[in-house]
Write a protein that binds this ligand. Structure first.
Ligand SMILES: C[S@@+](CC[C@H](N)C(=O)[O-])C[C@H]1O[C@@H](n2cnc3c(N)ncnc32)[C@H](O)[C@@H]1O
Length: 298
């Protein structure tokens, strides 16, 4: 599957307010957005891109030769390790998985190709999904499936997965997808019955929501005024996390600041729930569920 960057033109239009400035692409992937950002910048503009996936690192090393570009093989939750957050004029987050993650069955993301239950963006850190599933209880698993997947049949699915694991079945992506599908009472005709559960397990195994909040906190604390954050999300939980973080800014300020003190830093939402065009959706079905939001630090 060819990777086509989602909402490319719209995201660049909001992100780049000065083509001589520095930008940060928090999710390099296969470099679609990064490459277009570099094309839009002048000779003095700079781009730093993050991705925790070693395949993204390989891709950046092999294909990007530009002295205005730096790749950091890190998660965006580690943005606070950069000394110079305040140099960036804009931050781009294009969340979720790349098509290349689904293409490679060994990564364990795909519902339709058999592979090991892994699903880590960085397979060199932590435990693969199969091992983590063995470590949690059935109620914990049900909470994950409901909380991160909004899956109504979460209890039935959790029971079926734990039962299969107790029989010490060597579960793979396809066998897990079948167990989930068989345990569901209500099946949508539009999507695979295991879609929501796979999404929930991926979010959980990669601690995606906590990573996102940590990165946003760093930008809220250390980003310069006027910097922009452009976020493309693909499901309602991600979009809710993005929206809720930037709207009620006050709750993210250090506890030692009393609530009645003057808070001078906040974000304006300047691009609200922007959707891809029908033309883009027709060319790139992955764009179908994309929602873009843009915030500017005041
Ligand atoms: C949708 S893809 C980005 C595609 C990219 N915009 C492009 O045009 O090729 C999302 C990427 O985010 C990466 N990712 C997920 N969580 C991350 C994190 N916490 N920090 C850095 N990268 C992350 C994934 O490895 C994946 O490559």
């Amino acid at each position: 599957m060819i990777h086509i960057p989602v909402m490319l033109e719209e995201s660049l239009r909001f992100l780049i307010t000065d083509n001589n400035a520095s930008y940060l692409d928090a999710t390099f992937g296969r470099g679609g957005h990064s490459s277009a950002i570099l094309d839009s910048l002048s000779e003095t503009g700079c781009l730093t891109s993050f991705d925790k996936d070693p395949e993204a690192h390989d891709h950046a090393t092999r294909t990007f030769q530009d002295n205005r570009f730096t790749f950091m093989p890190k998660g965006f939750e580690d943005l606070d390790q950069l000394e110079n957050i305040s140099i960036f004029q804009g931050f781009l987050f294009d969340l979720g998985v790349c098509s290349s993650h689904f293409d490679n069955s060994l990564r364990g993301f795909s519902l339709n190709k058999d592979g090991p239950l892994d699903m880590r963006f960085n397979p060199t850190k932590g435990l693969p999904l199969l091992e983590k599933l063995k470590l949690i209880t059935e109620p914990e698993l049900a909470n994950i499936i409901y909380g991160f997947g909004d899956e109504k049949d979460s209890h039935r699915i959790a029971r079926a997965i734990k039962k299969a694991l107790n029989k010490s079945e060597d579960l793979t992506t396809l066998s897990l997808a079948k167990i989930i599908a068989d345990s569901k009472r209500i099946k949508s005709s539009k999507t695979h019955p295991a879609t929501k559960t796979f999404q929930a397990l991926r979010i959980w195994i990669n601690d995606e929501m906590a990573c996102l909040e940590k990165a946003f906190n760093t930008i809220a604390d250390l980003g310069k005024s006027g910097c922009r954050i452009v976020c493309i999300s693909f499901h309602s939980l991600e979009d809710r996390t993005v929206k809720n973080f930037f709207r009620p800014q006050i709750k993210h300020y250090p506890k030692e600041i009393p609530l009645n003190s003057e808070i001078t830093t906040a974000f304006n939402e300047i691009g609200k729930k922007i959707r891809p065009s029908q033309e883009e959706i027709e060319k790139n079905p992955r764009a179908r569920s994309a929602i873009m939001r843009v915030f500017e630090k005041v």
